[in-house]
Ligand binder design. Structure first.
Ligand SMILES: [Fe+2]
Length: 176
């Protein structure tokens, strides 16, 4: 099972995405927001060159915000965010306060998966209240990270600050 893989990218690319996110990410406290992918593709020329070099095509760009101490209800429990099995690997970039926060990935041991189809065509799944999980791995988003969104996961923000990251989805899964 693929869980995650951290990668090195040129600092120019990371800086470009950081600056773009500062301008274009949600200012409200919605945890997951679909951002303007067309504007992203126009603005982020270094990243677009990187995708070309790596044979990837950008499909969706999602802003992820986790309030201090997991303030929003949706961030208090594990979830899955999945389009389909050929597009379940995201590339997540740290934007703000990611070094002190971490992501845990789980195996569902007991309980039911509840699938919710979102208006944008993507799928979001949560789990019944009686669910039990076994922790399989943990990572800190301190580098760009390919990440399997079809594995139940939860970000833990035990700090006083918002944790911001950018999640990029591709037309076809990257080879990892
Ligand atoms: Fe997620």
């Amino acid at each position: 099972m693929f869980y995650f893989k951290q990668i090195e990218v040129d600092p120019t690319v990371s800086t470009e995405l950081f600056n773009w996110s500062k301008e274009n990410m949600q200012k409200n406290d919605q945890p997951f927001v679909l951002l303007d992918a067309e504007k992203f593709k126009k603005d982020c020329t270094s990243f677009m060159q990187w995708t070309k070099d790596n044979d990837l095509e950008v499909l969706l760009v999602v802003g992820i915000k986790v309030n201090p101490f997991n303030g929003q209800d949706a961030t208090k429990v594990p979830h899955i965010d999945l389009m389909d099995d050929s597009r379940n690997i995201a590339l997540n970039f740290p934007i703000e306060n990611c070094d002190e926060t971490y992501t845990k990935m789980y195996k569902l041991i007991e309980g039911d998966q509840i699938d919710i189809k979102l208006p944008d065509g993507t799928m979001y799944s949560r789990f019944s209240d009686d669910s039990k999980f076994e922790e399989v791995t943990t990572f800190y988003l301190n580098k760009p990270t390919f990440f399997n969104t079809s594995v139940p996961h939860q970000v833990y923000n035990d700090t006083d600050n918002n944790r911001l990251s950018l999640s990029i989805r591709f037309k076809k899964n990257p080879l990892v």
